[in-house]
Each structure stands twice: as C-alpha cells, then as structure tokens.
Design a binder for this molecule. Sequence first.
Ligand SMILES: Cc1cc2nc3c(=O)[nH]c(=O)nc-3n(C[C@H](O)[C@H](O)[C@H](O)COP(=O)(O)OP(=O)(O)OC[C@H]3O[C@@H](n4cnc5c(N)ncnc54)[C@H](O)[C@@H]3O)c2cc1C
Length: 294
Amino acid sequence: MQKYLPFRDYFAPRTQEEALQLVREQGPAGRVLAGGTDLLIAMREKGLHAECLINIKRIADLGGIGSLPDGGLRIGATTTLYEVETSAAVRRASSVLSEAAGTIGSVQIRNLGTIGGNVANASPAADTTPALLVLDAEMEILSASGTRIVAAERFFTGPGKTVMEQGEILAAIRIPPSAPGTRTAYIKFGPRQAMDIAVVGVAVALKLDGDGSCRDARVALGAVAPTPMRARRAEVALIGAIDERSVEKAAEEACGEAKPISDVRASGSYRRHLVGILLKRAVKLALAREHAAA
Ligand SMILES: Cc1cc2nc3c(=O)[nH]c(=O)nc-3n(C[C@H](O)[C@H](O)[C@H](O)COP(=O)(O)OP(=O)(O)OC[C@H]3O[C@@H](n4cnc5c(N)ncnc54)[C@H](O)[C@@H]3O)c2cc1C
C-alpha cells in the first residue's frame, strides 16, 4: 500500500537567509531536507514526524567544493556524495574522504545524498565520519547570529545527535591541508559488497617520515560506539617503526577502545573482532599506497 508522507508544508528557499528564517519560524516542526535519503525513509518507515520540510538543495552557497586560504578544502553541505567521491580536488587533498564516500549505497543514492546529510544525520555507522575524524575536519555551522566552527570530533554527541541547535544549519565541512607524507585508507565491512551500511568502518591516516617510520597516526572507528570515535591508544601504538608487532599492538588497542553494541546486524563481540582485522588491513593498504596524498 502506498504510504504518503504526512507533512503540511514544503519550502525550497534560494538563499541561506531565507532558510535560516524558515528554520527559526518553524521551530521543531520544521526539518531541513537535503537529498532525503535518510530523512524521507525515516518519515515513511520509522514514524519520524515533520510538519514542514525545508529543502536546502537550491541554495547555491551551501554547495560546491572550494579551497580555503590555508590550502585546505571547503566542501559545501549540499555537495553530493558522488561529487565528493569523484572530485579531483577532494581526491588530491583528502582521498580517504573520496574513498569513504564511494562506499555509500549505490550510484543513485550517492547522486541524491549529500555529505552534509551524512554528517548531520549522525548515524554511528555513517561512512564519511571516520574519514572526517582522521582528517581533523571542522564543521561550519550557520545560524541567524553568524557562523561557528566545531571540530568533527566534538560535533557528534550520540546516535542521531549533534551539537547543532534549533535554528542552525550545517553550511560546510572544512578540511585542513594534510602534512606531506600522509597516507590514508578507509575500509568498511558489511555482509554485502554494496548497498549495505557498515557493520564496522575503520579510517587511518599515517604521516610517514623519509625512512618510513610513522611520525603521526590517526585512527577512527565507525559503528562501534554511539558516535564515530578516535582510537587514541591504537594511534600511539603506530608511532615509530611500523612492523608486524606494532600493527598487532594497535589492533589490540583499537579492539579494547571500541564500545560496540549487539544488534540485528552483528554481535558486539563480532564487531570488536572486526575492528582488529580492519585496522590491520587499513594500515597495510595505506602503507602500500604509492602516492602520499591524504
Ligand atoms: C539504500 C540506501 C543505502 C544507504 N547506504 C549508506 C551507506 O552505505 N553508508 C552511509 O553512511 N549511509 C548510507 N545511507 C544513508 C544516506 O544515504 C546518507 O546518510 C546520506 O548522506 C544522507 O544525505 P541526504 O542528503 O540524503 O540527507 P537527508 O536525508 O536529506 O537528511 C538527513 C538528516 O540530516 C539533516 N540535514 C541534512 N542536511 C542538513 C544540513 N545541511 N544542516 C542541518 N541538517 C541537515 C536532515 O534534517 C535529516 O535529519 C543509505 C541510504 C539508503 C536509502
């Protein structure tokens, strides 16, 4: 049986100012709509109620990929996952993010879904978020009183929850330039090869010195805690000479740091086991990468 979406009003503002006014006026009854690949399904299948949809996809200032004065990247919130996956600028500056975006859903989903939606939806299993954590990304949040910047690591507060308040919109994601010699990888595990959300996702960024030793390491885990998380003990274990022992130690530490739950998709103990396996694979993959682009 056809289920109709029970919303009262729909707006498609053309400017940020109009959108901010609408989110302010509508209050909790209004929901920002980007690609709709999470929101409309939640309304149709999961009983989420929104009286008014505010489609932000026609606001030019919220889309597109540009550079920042420090050489970093600014990715507008309504940039589609497909654009993030295929953009030469993103691949050059932060290939782990393109890699993560490329694992999401199908081409059709990536053409509709946006990076801002993936982030603002705050699913613990979202694929772009571990990549954003290892890149030290920042969230640009817009409200009537101006713009505030929040580090990706502090942005997520729980499943479906972020630091964003009523009246705020995620405008863009800022990615600082990576140090030369940084190599990265993102690996996710799901029972199927495509169209499956992560049972576990692991992103790594390793900054290597000329002699191949690791000066700085970042490890982030998805789907094993209420929010995406850095595995800091695993990072410490990777500093210095990277060999079988140090990678094994890092995998052990990451397994200990993860706080997975059991659900219909996997048990907590299986998820913990996967963290170690995927961490080892991600480190190996990053080290094998010829080019030192992040
Ligand atoms: C078949 C299928 C497969 C999928 N596979 C994956 C997968 O493998 N990995 C994965 O991570 N996800 C997956 N998803 C989930 C989804 O596609 C992504 O999370 C997508 O990035 C959501 O973006 P959107 O633009 O569609 O967001 P929307 O659905 O429009 O919005 C999602 C939420 O974020 C809010 N929001 C959106 N943009 C903003 C903004 N700029 N400011 C403030 N709030 C905002 C909305 O109000 C809503 O609460 C899948 C979905 C489907 C339907």
